[in-house]
Write a protein that binds this ligand. Structure first.
Ligand SMILES: Cc1ncc(COP(=O)(O)O)c(C=O)c1O
Length: 451
């Protein structure tokens, strides 16, 4: 074990690479977590941080959950790995059945994976193979949205629509198109809801027609967009996407990495918005972070195209070494059981309303919140220098980043970007803990505005 001084030594740290982070800066002032319990982390100096974002939309049932730990410890003793090319395993079968039971009909076939990027890439590969063996092999294009995030691997990144994430890795494979995202506060088309007639959804019809419906395999969206500050669509938006996909026989994929597992007030955003996709992608909160775990779940119609005699060669041609890993599936089983049996979704709705009330009050107090947006226990704040005029802060002020940095100094971790920040604490967070997190956030904003 390295000593505390060694762990902080830039010469030791330079061997590590964090996600999306300039390491030359990080090694000078590193944050090094050592342990976690409930809704808090502690760093190697024993400083406590409230987890205002569930790790990164992951730790639904909280840190140190005994039920998950005990289930995984018992499974470790029984079997940590089973070969996915050779056979199924008890845990993966049970978890796949559980997911088929709790997802909306007709989503009944489950491919267990390890990461969100794998899940979205699996969905897009599935769509292509589905059309190849269902009579329309020309359908291959995938339509996604600018500012959507679907993962960091090359296929998932092809569907991702955030310029800063995409540009360094161009060029991408052919067949990926993007449309503007849904953002009522700053409509990319300069229109206003509801007079706009939800043009951002209707626009998809034009794109499919112009591309040729016989070339379009799937549309992939996050039901609530994260990048941009928790972009909640108006209620008609997802039903319109569903109708357009049905009209042109295009598969609708929901990337519910963030919105799944109770985050938006129902188990899945598909239920929150009353729209069932053809393919549902889950990850993050699926295991609450106790083991890498993700899933791609698809409809009976799709599965029929893959079900036939072995000689037909129509099985889904896809796999990963850790697909259906028994330890990860055990984490998923225990975490979902916690959510269901403790009715954590109802609790999440309650503390979500409490958090929204605190954020709204802060908006009144500080006068710099353009919009507080979200559902359930997922809330974002878009910052504006003049909310009435929707005037953003000068870009160089990076106000959201500054608020996030000060909050971290004061012991609260949130998601933050230059113009917005978001909170999504664990579903198990207590009312007092929500108050404590909100207090730190409020103090942080006060400090930043006084600088
Ligand atoms: C909506 C969404 N999709 C996909 C991913 C990719 O997941 P992973 O980082 O597990 O590959 C993320 C990760 O942040 C995400 O937020």
């Amino acid at each position: 074990m390295l000593s505390r001084a060694q762990l902080k030594d830039p010469d030791v740290l330079r061997h590590s690479v964090l996600d999306f982070r300039q390491m030359s800066a990080f090694v000078q002032d590193p944050l090094i977590f050592e342990r976690a319990d409930g809704v808090c982390y502690w760093d190697i100096d024993d400083k406590r941080y409230y987890d205002g974002i569930s790790g990164i939309f992951v730790v639904a049932v909280g840190h140190g959950n005994r039920r998950v730990i005990e289930a995984m410890t018992a499974q470790l003793e029984r079997m940590a790995f089973a070969p996915p090319l050779t056979g199924a395993n008890t845990q993966a079968i049970a978890f796949s059945k559980l997911l088929a039971d709790i997802t909306p009909e007709p989503l009944n076939t489950v491919k267990l994976l390890s990461s969100g990027s794998e899940a979205t890439e699996t969905a897009m590969k599935l769509a292509r193979q589905f059309w190849k063996q269902s009579g329309t092999p020309t359908k291959y294009k995938v339509i996604s949205r600018y500012y959507g995030y679907h993962g960091a691997t090359l296929g998932a990144l092809s569907a991702t629509g955030t310029p800063s994430r995409r540009v360094p890795f161009e060029p991408y494979p052919a067949g990926f198109l993007h449309v503007p995202t849904v953002h009522c506060y700053r409509c990319p088309y300069g229109r206003e809801y509801p007079g706009c007639g939800v043009f951002c959804a209707e626009f998809l019809r034009q794109i499919i027609e112009l591309e040729g419906p016989e070339t379009v395999s799937a549309v992939i969206v996050e039901p609530i967009g994260n990048t941009g500050g928790i972009l909640v669509p108006p209620p008609e938006y997802l039903p319109i996407l569903r109708r357009i996909c049905d009209d042109y026989d295009v598969l609708l994929i929901f990337d519910e990495m963030i919105t799944g597992m109770g985050r938006t007030g129902c188990m899945f955003a598909a239920q929150t918005f009353g729209v069932t996709p053809d393919i549902l992608c889950l990850g993050k909160g699926l295991s609450s972070g106790y083991a890498p775990l993700a899933a791609t779940i698809w409809s009976d119609r799709i599965q029929e195209a893959f079900w036939g005699p072995a000689e037909a060669g129509i099985e889904f041609g896809h796999g990963h070494t850790y697909a259906g890993n028994p330890l990860s599936a055990t984490a998923g089983l225990a975490s979902v059981a916690e959510i269901l049996e403790r009715d954590l979704i109802a609790h999440g709705r309650e503390i979500g309303a409490q958090l929204y009330a605190r954020l709204s009050a802060m908006g009144e107090r500080f006068g710099i919140f353009g919009e507080v947006r979200g559902k359930g226990l997922l809330w974002g704040v878009e910052l504006a220098q003049d909310p009435a005029e929707k005037t953003p802060f000068p870009a160089e002020r990076r106000i959201g980043k500054r608020i996030g940095a000060v909050a971290q100094e004061k012991g609260l971790i949130i998601r933050h970007d230059p113009d917005w920040f978001a909170l999504a604490p664990p579903l198990v967070t207590g009312e007092d803990e929500i108050e404590a997190m909100a207090d730190i956030l409020e103090e942080s904003i006060e400090q930043v505005l006084g600088e």
